[in-house]
Structures are given as structure tokens and as C-alpha cells.
Design a protein. Structure first.
Length: 249
């Protein structure tokens, strides 16, 4: 049985105080979402404080990114080891905002994957096509290339630890969600692509949907056989919405 997962990507939102409050509220209400793994991904500066608030609950902590180098003279960067030191067990990698605004390439992401896995951080690895790529019918090719240039380089063992998030770029923060059919079609494609490389291990891999997921559309998305949960941006900043989404399986 694959895990059901709902992860909140807070992006560059919340003050330290708001972050602590939100984390405490998620921890307090996590009992309502039996059988669902809840993960929160606050900004780096909040990780230790949020870790404190999550203590004693089953809610897990994630970073949103990590450095592509191990340590040293890289001003402003935060290493995978530093993240692991906060108590975080997960790290989002390859989010389209990182790819687009910070020039992250598949080569960068390969280094980040290796560094995270070496620190026992579970990558939540994002893939997804842009609007023009979907409109031109290139979406499957784009996603296959994103996978084959990165995750295909992992050992079977490391691949088995990885979570995948399909996030069509045109649906992120736009209020435009992929239809349940579009999500299922791409998730099934991703699973098939991974199966061709990793065999049965791909049947155990959680594939999350991300992009304007909210309490109103989560149930229809999560009811698809290859959609194992969600990576939630905007709606993860409101505890009621985040918990409602996690109750939508
Ligand atoms: P959104 O963001 O839910 O605000 O569209 C999702 C994401 O970028 O992870």
C-alpha cells in the first residue's frame, strides 16, 4: 500500500511567529487525518522553531530547497546537513519556481538529490510542464526528460526513498487546477516511466499532485488511483484548508 501524503509548501510566507502558530495548529489537528502523512515545509529560518512545535505529533518537517554543494564558501546557502540538523526529514527539490527563477538545471538537481539522500533527507522531487508545453502536446516528453535526466541516475535503493510531485507549472498559484483526468493521466505516465526503469519499486512510490489544490477539488484529484496526495502551496497557509485537504482521500 502506497502512503497517502499531504505536504504544505509555505514558500516565502509567514513571519517566524506566524510559522510557529501554523505549525502548532497543524500538529494539534493532525489527529483528524488518520492514515495520512502530513508534512510542512516552512522557510529555512523557521525550521528549528517549527520542529519544536511539531514535537510529539506525527507531522513531519521538510525544507523547500538545499544547497548544491556540501559545505564551504557559498554565501547565503543552506546545506542538506544543516537541514537534517534541524530535525527535518524531507526536502523539496526541483520546484518549478526554483527551476525558473533561480536557474536550477537537471545537473544542479542531481547534486542536490545526492546530498539530500546522503543526509537521509527524503527528496520530494517536483516535475511538470509549462503551459506552452502542454498546449503543444509536449508535456509527456518534457516530464519524461525531467525524470530521465535526474531520478534515473539514482540507485534502486535511493529511488525507493523518493517522493515525486507532479506540478503542472500552469496550475501553480494560478487558481487553474489540472482536471482529475489530466492529473491521473500524467501520474499514470510518470509511474509507467519509472516502472520501466525501476520495476516494482515504482509501484510503491508516492506521486503527489500540486497546483491550486484546495478543499474544493482535492477529493476529485485524490480519488484517482495514481494520485497519492498533494503538494499544497497557498491552501497550506490556512490550517482549516490544509486539514480539509488531508481529509479528502
Ligand atoms: P499552489 O502551489 O497550491 O499555491 O498552486 C503549489 C506548489 O507550488 O507547490
Amino acid at each position: 500500500m502506497r502512503k497517502k501524503i499531504v505536504a504544505g509548501n509555505w514558500k516565502m510566507n509567514t513571519s517566524a511567529e506566524q510559522g510557529e502558530e501554523l505549525a502548532a495548529a497543524v500538529a494539534e489537528r493532525s489527529g483528524e487525518t488518520d492514515g495520512v502523512l502530513l508534512i510542512v515545509a516552512p522557510p529555512f529560518t523557521h525550521l528549528t522553531k517549527v520542529a519544536d512545535k511539531l514535537k510529539g505529533s506525527a507531522v513531519q518537517l521538510s525544507a523547500q530547497n538545499c544547497a548544491s554543494e556540501k559545505s564551504g564558501a557559498y554565501t547565503g546557502e543552506v546545506s542538506a546537513a544543516m537541514i537534517a540538523g534541524t530535525g527535518a526529514k524531507y526536502c523539496i527539490l526541483g520546484h518549478s519556481e526554483r527551476r525558473e527563477y533561480y536557474g536550477e538545471t537537471d545537473a544542479t538537481l542531481n547534486r542536490k538529490l545526492t546530498l539530500c539522500l546522503a543526509e537521509s533527507l527524503t527528496p520530494i522531487f517536483c516535475v511538470g510542464e509549462k503551459l506552452n508545453e502542454r498546449e503543444s502536446g509536449a508535456h509527456f516528453d518534457v516530464v519524461r526528460t525531467q525524470l530521465s535526466n535526474t531520478l534515473f541516475n539514482l540507485s534502486d535503493e535511493d529511488f525507493a526513498k523518493t517522493i515525486i510531485a507532479y506540478e503542472p507549472v500552469w496550475a501553480i498559484g494560478t487558481g487553474k487546477t489540472a482536471s482529475p483526468e489530466q492529473a491521473q493521466e500524467m501520474h499514470a505516465f510518470i509511474r509507467k516511466t519509472l516502472f520501466e526503469k525501476f520495476g516494482d519499486k515504482a509501484l510503491e512510490t508516492a506521486i503527489l499532485y500540486g497546483g491550486s489544490c484546495n478543499p474544493g477539488n482535492a477529493r476529485a484529484l485524490f480519488s484517482n488511483s495514481d494520485v497519492d496526495g498533494g503538494l499544497i502551496g497557498g491552501a497550506s497557509l490556512k490550517v482549516d484548508d490544509f486539514i480539509a485537504i488531508a481529509k479528502s482521500f
